[in-house]
Design a protein around this ligand. Structure first.
Ligand SMILES: [Zn+2]
Length: 78
């Protein structure tokens, strides 16, 4: 995936933190949503729509990892 990103786009992502790449409409959506590309420190360049009222961008792979792995628990010695 990284190889298909143009140098100019990489620069924009570095400068802005994200890059608008177009609107996407999926089944069940009432209207299309803007899709952004940004760089996840773990997964590299990823695409995602902004979530929530403040337009948070979350790496879809990180979100999937969180759902699959059990929550962090620390056991105390008794
Ligand atoms: Zn990630």
């Amino acid at each position: 995936m990284d190889n298909r990103i143009k140098l100019l786009d990489r620069l924009k992502i570095q400068l802005q933190g994200y890059l608008y790449i177009g609107n996407e409409k999926k089944e069940g959506w009432k209207k299309s949503a803007p899709v952004y590309m940004f760089k996840c420190p773990i997964h590299g360049y990823v695409k995602s729509i902004a979530r929530g009222y403040n337009g948070r961008l979350e790496c879809p792979f990180c979100v999937a990892d969180l759902k699959n792995s059990p929550p962090l628990t620390i056991e105390f010695e008794k």
